[in-house]
Write a protein that binds this ligand. Structure first.
Ligand code: ZN
Length: 54
């Protein structure tokens, strides 16, 4: 044992993004984007986008 193949690999929740899931329901790229937005709370449009598809 030890070889586990997941039939349904999680993908990024953002629409139009097919990257593999990394954390918080999104891919690595969007996760870092999300964290930046969380910390700054200045890019409201991007934040809305993230929440809308989660
Ligand atoms: Zn993504």
């Amino acid at each position: 044992m030890g070889r586990r193949r997941s039939p349904n690999p999680r993908l990024c929740n953002l629409e139009g993004c097919n990257e593999r899931h990394y954390a918080k329901g999104v891919c690595k790229r969007h996760y870092h984007q999300f964290r930046r937005i969380e910390g700054k709370q200045s890019d409201r449009e991007d934040m809305k986008k993230l929440q809308a598809t989660s």
